[in-house]
Design a protein around this ligand. Structure first.
Ligand code: SF4
Ligand code: SF4
Ligand code: SF4
Length: 345
């Protein structure tokens, strides 16, 4: 199917600098506590943080078969991730035993009450490679990309998904949704979830009520790494335009799907591999081919710019890009509406 919807008048967007992510999951908790603690979406994380290389969340989301491919303006069906093998069920803990315990018996420690075989972050901090020569991993926080050409919207036969003209945020009208889950199959990022109690789809709303007041989304505002930038793509004074268009160091995840994601990533730089004598080589630990499998061919040019600007600061010169990425003042990370300032203390 060819995309029928017009581009929104403006597009709100987010940039995440992967060189600064701590993997602390504050973003995931901030989002979950605010928006989806209901029983039907207890398994779902509108925002999640993956250890890469890894299986991702839901499992194997970065594999073409799971995701489905969206090339040349065509929507193809991917897979519905299963609760046990894809998302992982929400774990039940033995809170009662722990509260009644003296703390002396290890069996009473807070732990899942059933055997857990898979779940979000099950492979956290594992990564790849062999210590000390080339072990490596990095964190990849993910949320809905509020795509310019949303596959979820295209796939919905009920016209229950729409893209707001004023800011490009993609929303589900749950009164119209009949829970067919075509959207879940179609989204290659697997960022739309089925609420199995209410039997409707649900997804990230880009913290719409906050954004309308000029306040950054919870996942961005709560991030202790100050690595998330929020603003409009056409605001040439804002961080998004500077990082995506001017410096071209922020690039989308899986551009090959052709959906025009509006979440961008500054790719991770990595230290060099060591040779058998423990000396540094010129080869980066994170293989370029792996980064390209995630971010496409724009990775190397982005890394080149980052390395050149970092070298400038090492020589004592100033770099607008490095100053922006360091985020000395958290207010500078968020520019949501001209004239409006972040109001949260
Ligand atoms: Fe839809 Fe998926 Fe794009 Fe979000 S990331 S707008 S759920 S296709
Ligand atoms: Fe959750 Fe808001 Fe972040 Fe979306 S923008 S992932 S709704 S906190
Ligand atoms: Fe990374 Fe920030 Fe999320 Fe922590 S809150 S995991 S630093 S994006």
């Amino acid at each position: 199917m060819k995309y029928a919807i017009p581009k929104s008048e403006r597009q709100v967007a987010m940039v995440l600098d992967l060189n600064k992510c701590l993997g602390c999951h504050t973003c995931s908790v901030a989002c979950k506590k605010m928006w989806n603690t209901d029983e039907g979406t207890d398994y779902a994380y509108w925002n999640n943080v993956e250890t890469m290389p890894g299986k991702g969340y839901p499992a194997r989301v970065h594999d073409p078969d799971t995701a489905g491919r969206n090339l040349a303006g065509e929507t193809k069906r991917g897979q519905l991730p299963g609760l046990d093998t894809g998302y992982g069920r929400a774990w039940k803990f033995n809170h009662k035993d722990v509260l009644a315990s003296t703390g002396r018996e290890t069996k009473e420690w807070l732990r899942p009450t059933e055997e857990v075989k898979w779940g979000p972050n099950f492979d956290e901090d594992q990564g790849e490679g062999v210590y000390p020569a080339d072990n490596h991993y990095f964190y990849l926080p993910r949320l809905c990309n509020h795509c310019t050409h949303p596959a979820c919207l295209d796939a919905c036969p009920r016209s229950a998904i729409h893209k707001r003209q004023e800011d490009g945020i993609v929303l589900v009208d749950q009164d119209r949704c009949h829970g067919y889950r075509f959207c879940v199959e179609a989204c290659p990022y697997k960022k739309i979830y089925y609420d199995h109690v209410r039997q409707v789809s649900s997804k990230c709303i880009f913290c719409l009520p906050r954004v309308e007041e000029g306040v950054a989304p919870a996942c961005a505002r709560q991030c202790p790494g100050r690595l998330r930038f929020v603003g409009y793509r056409d605001d040439q004074e804002g961080p998004i335009w500077k990082l995506v268009e001017k410096w071209q160091v922020a690039i989308p995840l899986h551009p090959e799907y052709g959906l025009g994601p509006n979440v961008f990533y500054v790719p991770p730089m990595s230290p060099p591999k060591l040779d058998e004598q423990g000396r540094e080589t010129t080869e980066p630990r994170i293989p370029l081919a792996y980064l390209e499998s995630l971010f496409g061919p724009a990775v190397q040019p982005a890394l080149d710019v980052l390395l050149a600007e970092r070298a400038k600061t090492k020589r004592g010169e100033t770099s607008e890009l490095m100053d922006l990425l360091i985020a000395y003042n958290w207010h500078d990370n968020f520019k949501l509406a001209p004239g409006l300032r972040e109001v949260l203390a």
